[in-house]
Design a protein around this ligand. Structure first.
Ligand SMILES: Nc1ncnc2c1ncn2[C@@H]1O[C@H](COP(=O)(O)OP(=O)(O)OP(=O)(O)O)[C@@H](O)[C@H]1O
Length: 295
């Protein structure tokens, strides 16, 4: 049995107006976003990319962000990753400010472009974050070997990025993001450039990797089926200014494990429909939302 429920409220209740943002929650909360807004100031004027975002992601939970192009998905991820700062509001990562979490190496990042260094071998790319943080040579080599086995690239350890396919490069990037055993993965369309078959295989691998590592994931995607296949919750955002318009709980436990068979299951289709309807509800359109892939 599927259990697909749609909430039109933010993932967590907003604090009463005027009350200060509460400090952090306990370690069971991977990401806590409270009343976050982001305004960019450009020569052409100001752009409110995010407006009053409240979102809480539990440790070990997989949450996807979906919404039309320009609704602020990447901006939200960048704020959590400490690549930019909110204009207002508070963010905590495992109870600490994003900067402290970054310095403590609480999270790994993987983006659409694999972002590998072309002059370094596969192994040396995976070792890079460990090297930057002073981990010794022997420990680095053993961790890289373990991770390459995990993503099925042991035989390519000595290759250079240009000798790999796009999917293989992305697997290297994911191995690199896992190098420091982060409790949180921040992923911005990591499979966006892959062909459909490779993409589905990578999704299945990611589900397995996350189950093994217990990492929480915040995953940006344009694909509804991808969001449903991967996530426990799908956060639907609306454009200009970016707000959370719905949160769809995806409980596919009754449909068995998240293997390829799930893609043919009625519960899976029901969840896809729930997300699609939440997206249309948010935009008031009956046609697919621009920038969202409903296949
Ligand atoms: N550095 C910046 N300076 C000015 N405006 C920005 C900047 N970064 C993002 N924006 C604006 O903020 C809004 C949200 O952008 P963002 O990239 O977060 O959207 P998105 O939902 O990830 O889009 P897409 O799905 O197309 O990747 C857009 O209007 C964008 O133009």
């Amino acid at each position: 049995m599927s259990d697909v429920s749609t909430a039109t409220e933010p993932a967590t209740a907003a604090p009463p107006a005027g009350s200060p943002a509460q400090p952090t929650t306990g370690p069971a909360t991977a990401v806590d976003v409270r009343g976050v807004s982001k305004v960019f100031t450009t020569r052409a004027g100001t752009v409110t990319a995010l407006d009053d975002i409240h979102l809480s992601v539990a440790a070990g939970e997989f949450v996807s962000l979906i919404g039309p192009s320009g609704c602020g998905k990447s901006t939200l991820l960048r704020l959590v990753a400490d690549l930019d700062e909110p204009t207002s509001g508070e963010i905590a990562v495992f109870g600490r400010p994003p900067r402290v979490a970054r310095e403590a190496r609480d999270y790994g990042i993987a983006f659409q472009q694999a972002g590998l260094l072309p002059w370094r071998t596969v192994t040396a790319n995976v070792e890079l974050p460990l090297e930057l943080h002073g981990v010794g040579r022997r420990e680095r080599a053993s961790r890289a070997a373990e991770l390459l086995a995990l993503v099925g690239l042991t035989d390519f350890a000595g290759h250079f990025p240009h000798q790999l396919s796009g999917g293989m490069q992305q697997r290297v990037a994911i191995a690199r993001s896992l190098a420091e055993s982060p409790s949180l993965l921040l992923m911005d369309e990591p499979f966006g450039a892959l062909d459909e078959m490779t993409r589905e295989r990578m999704q299945t691998e990611l589900v397995r990797l996350c189950a093994e590592s217990g990492a929480a994931v915040v995953f940006v995607t344009h694909s509804i089926p991808e969001a449903v296949f991967l996530s426990q919750r799908v956060v639907v955002m609306s454009p200009r200014p970016g707000r959370i318009s719905a949160v769809v709980d995806v409980d596919l436990a009754g449909a068995g494990e998240r293997t390829d068979d799930l893609r043919e299951d009625a519960a899976f289709f029901a969840a896809v429909t729930a997300v699609r309807e939440a997206l249309h509800h948010g935009t008031g359109t009956a046609v697919p939302t621009r920038g969202v892939d409903v296949r």
